[in-house]
Design a protein around this ligand. Structure first.
Ligand SMILES: Cc1cc2nc3c(=O)[nH]c(=O)nc-3n(C[C@H](O)[C@H](O)[C@H](O)COP(=O)(O)O)c2cc1C
Length: 158
């Protein structure tokens, strides 16, 4: 099983989740973890599993992640299993009625990532996942690295 994990991260939290996912896939898979920007299109060739993650910023993935998704050639993820994740703040923590309302409408980064990957032919392996940061710059909520590791294990086994 050849897996590639691509992520973006501004404050380092999404990077920690990406690393936890990658480590949990070993030794069952041959895993590469790449920050967006260091990914070249050829790296998508011959993959069994592609996992993409981003911080949620303005209800969306970061622009580099969105651009990467747009630039994947149509159909090139045919036969590739895909999974998407994001990091986000919990609506309960923010305790802001307007924000809660907007989140209900616009959501989080993982959904559009998932959709972008499926649109390019990828086969969705699992529900998109969101991992909670306690504040905008982190840290991650307790237990999120472990939850990410469990999710990763399920992706490899599936
Ligand atoms: C400009 C900006 C916009 C953000 N927008 C959202 C948002 O729409 N929804 C959300 O849940 N969190 C939002 N956040 C919090 C980020 O999700 C959080 O900073 C991110 O998960 C941290 O990941 P990183 O350390 O990998 O950058 C925002 C943060 C910033 C700085």
């Amino acid at each position: 099983m050849k897996a590639l994990i691509i992520y973006d991260s501004v404050f380092g939290n999404t990077e920690k989740i990406a690393n936890a996912i990658g480590e949990a896939m070993l030794p069952g898979a041959e895993v590469e973890i790449k920050r967006i920007g260091s990914v070249v299109p050829e790296q998508l060739n011959g993959l069994d599993l592609l996992v993409v993650g981003s911080p949620t910023r303005g209800f969306r993935p970061t622009e580099p992640i969105s651009q990467f998704l747009r630039n994947i050639p149509r159909g090139s993820l045919k036969g590739v299993k895909i999974a998407a994740f994001d990091t986000r703040v919990s609506v309960e923590d923010v305790n802001n009625a307007i924000l809660s309302f907007l989140v209900k409408i616009f959501g989080y980064a993982a959904q559009p990532i998932n959709k972008g990957l499926v649109n390019k032919g990828g086969f969705q392996m699992a529900e998109p996942q969101g991992y909670i940061v306690k504040e905008s710059e982190g840290p991650l909520q307790e237990g999120e690295l472990e939850r990410a590791a469990l999710w990763a294990g399920s992706l490899v086994k599936a």
